[in-house]
Design a protein around this ligand. Structure first.
Ligand code: FES
Length: 105
């Protein structure tokens, strides 16, 4: 399934990159930017980033469930990812408002 239509990046590509990061350090914060860099791509419209964050959350949860990681640490990591999602959503809203004002003028 294609998640990023700008770069033709699939869900499987994204999950593989995330799992590779988690294998190196299971507690690191993984961002869409890092995933795209790993795939030798970069965000263009960045419209897929919220969906990429959802995949990061789901893949991270699945990874830690398989490893039977301590749930407190997993919750802390998912909280950090949720904060990242809030920043991405806020940036998208600012961009949309800016585009609205630029087209209205
Ligand atoms: S849809 Fe992914 S960068 Fe545009």
């Amino acid at each position: 399934m294609i998640i990023c239509s700008c770069n033709i990046v699939t869900r499987a590509d994204i999950e593989e990159a995330i799992t590779g990061f988690l294998d190196v350090d299971p507690w690191q914060l993984i961002t869409p930017g890092r995933v795209f860099h790993e795939l030798s791509q970069r965000g263009k419209c960045c419209g897929c980033f919220p969906g990429v964050i959802d995949i990061i959350v789901q893949t991270t949860q699945r990874y830690h469930a398989l490893k039977e990681s301590p749930s407190v640490q997993v919750i802390e990591l998912l909280d950090r990812i949720a904060m990242q999602r809030e920043r991405v959503d806020a940036a998208r809203q600012r961009r949309a408002a800016k585009n609205h004002w630029n087209t209205a003028a």
